[in-house]
Design a protein around this ligand. Structure first.
Ligand SMILES: [Zn+2]
Length: 494
């Protein structure tokens, strides 16, 4: 492999960070302790980001089927028995850029002597175990190594960077997470926060401090976002009797690119079995920098490949790929017509809008309003984050962010910031790399479940949730309705 393959795979990174930035990422050796679902999301995100070497370490053995071990099942030719770290490696090697990115695995606990032999640049502890945090903290402090502690429960996520071993992990902030079970969307959000810390060590942006503080903490908490303290992705918190609480939910995902990849992953992990995927695009090599579920299938339709991979993770999933553009407009008799045609005879519980242009966003919003369906719309670039429309609870997304006016503005200026690699994708605080994709997808999963199961928690002024890659709590709510839209059909808010 030569420089050309790196250029092709990581062209977005090179545009954003330059050749030198990509080289620094490739020179970074990360050791990841833990083989749980959070570790797997972190590993997927880091390989997709473009780090050069990932060492997986953990003494767990391969056991019976558990869909939360999604990374194992993505590889049909995985080893049937042995160490879990080796099984994870066998999938990651297929996702990585061959000959450029190295993955190695060690089915043992992280012994200090062995860590010293491996001598990684960054150690990530992704367990919810205090003993592991303390032991790796002690190692990092005696060797001056960066340590990132990552933990997630079903309502909280925490990523803490102890820079150059200057400080131990902050035990107090970890207390609410230690020993708890992992969550699905919190795992994605936390993996994104961790990847952003790794990116920040390798390639600090101009607007970030070059010298990292001794401890840098970023967290996510559902209680802070929506006032919810009980899990919304745990079966016992839901009115569903079965152990697969979402078996009856029908979801429509429009767009299977950067956000759609990670969203589809979370839907499969939740056991949402009825999923329709709409996307006209075929896979290109440069997509793999942000869309890791598409590995090994360049030239094939994205929707088809995503559907197949959801089925590998959770065999109960029946994903229907529709390889076509979505549109919703009046036909020549003035009636609304939805395309692809199979959508006309379906009704969904949840629509996820993961598209990259204003025309499609508006069409999807109109479709949700007319069919009175919950809509969660993700967006990257200027205002990375999401908007949620819950029929009868709040106003539609066009009313929330004036999609129609922004489309008119694009037509007038001829500039679509989503399509051109302009300021939107290159915002230093929120560049369009894997980091915000996995975070926004995790938030979209959470908001979709919240809309279905906690609709009363949607307040009029809290429609929109944003992620900005800086600050200790990089999430914020904003809301509000443009007065121009008083007469919109979504007005029947109770
Ligand atoms: Zn509206």
């Amino acid at each position: 492999m030569n420089a050309a393959s790196t250029q092709l795979r990581f062209d977005r990174n090179i545009l954003l960070f330059g050749e030198e930035g990509q080289r620094r990422l490739m020179d970074t050796h990360v050791l990841l302790h833990g083989t749980n679902t959070l570790s797997q999301k972190i590993a997927l995100s880091l390989i997709s980001l473009g780090i050069g070497r990932l060492s997986l370490i953990g003494p767990e053995h391969l056991q019976g089927y558990d869909p939360s071990d999604f990374l194992l099942y993505l590889n049909p030719s995985r080893p049937a028995e042995g160490m879990k770290a080796d099984g994870l490696r066998s999938t990651l090697e297929q996702i990585a850029l061959r000959g450029k990115q190295q993955v190695d695995s060690y089915g043992i606990p992280p012994d200090p002597g062995f860590l010293s032999f491996l001598s990684p640049d960054i150690i990530i502890d992704a367990t919810n175990a205090l003993e592991s945090k303390d032991a790796l903290s002690a190692y990092a402090m005696s060797h001056g190594t960066h340590l990132i502690s990552a933990s997630a429960t079903s309502t909280d996520g925490l990523a803490q960077l102890c820079s150059s071993g200057q400080s131990p992990v902050d035990r107090a902030s970890l207390e609410r997470l230690i020993g708890k079970d992992y969550g699905i969307f919190t795992g994605s959000i936390t993996a994104g926060l961790v990847s952003n810390l790794v990116r920040r060590i390798a390639i600090p942006f101009a607007n970030e401090q070059k010298t990292l503080p001794p401890v840098l903490t970023q967290s996510y908490a559902l209680s802070r976002i929506a006032g919810i303290t009980t899990p919304i992705d745990a079966p016992d918190a839901l009115p569903w009797p079965s152990s697969r609480p979402y078996a009856g939910v029908k979801a429509l995902v429009i767009g299977t690119g950067g956000i759609g990849n990670f969203l589809a992953l979370d839907l499969a992990l939740l056991g949402i079995t009825h999923v329709t995927l709409v996307d006209p695009d075929v896979i290109e090599e440069s997509n793999l920098n942000r869309q890791p579920l598409l590995y090994g299938r360049v030239g094939k339709p994205k929707a088809t490949v995503i559907g197949e991979r959801m089925g590998l993770i959770y065999p109960g999933v029946s994903a229907r790929p529709l390889v076509d553009f979505f549109s919703y407009k009046h036909d020549d008799r003035g009636r609304f017509q939805v395309l692809p045609e199979p959508l006309a005879s379906e009704h969904y519980d949840l629509i996820f809008s993961c598209v990259d242009n204003e025309t499609s966003r508006l069409a999807i919003n109109d479709y949700a309003v007319q069919t009175r369906t919950v809509l969660v719309q993700g967006r990257l670039g200027t205002g990375s984050g999401l908007h949620t429309y819950v029929p009868g609870r709040n106003r539609c997304i066009d009313c929330q962010e004036n999609l129609r006016a922004s489309l008119e503005n694009q037509k007038a200026t001829g500039l679509d910031v989503d399509k051109v690699l302009g300021p939107g994708c290159q915002l230093e605080s929120n560049p369009n790399i894997v980091v915000p994709n996995i975070i926004v997808a995790g938030l979209m999963t959470e908001e979709g479940l919240r809309a279905l199961y906690r609709p009363a928690s949607f307040a009029r002024q809290k429609d929109a949730l944003f992620y900005e890659g800086v600050g200790s709590f990089p999430f914020s709510f904003r809301g509000g309705v443009d007065p121009y839209y008083q007469a919109h059909p979504c007005i029947d808010v109770s």
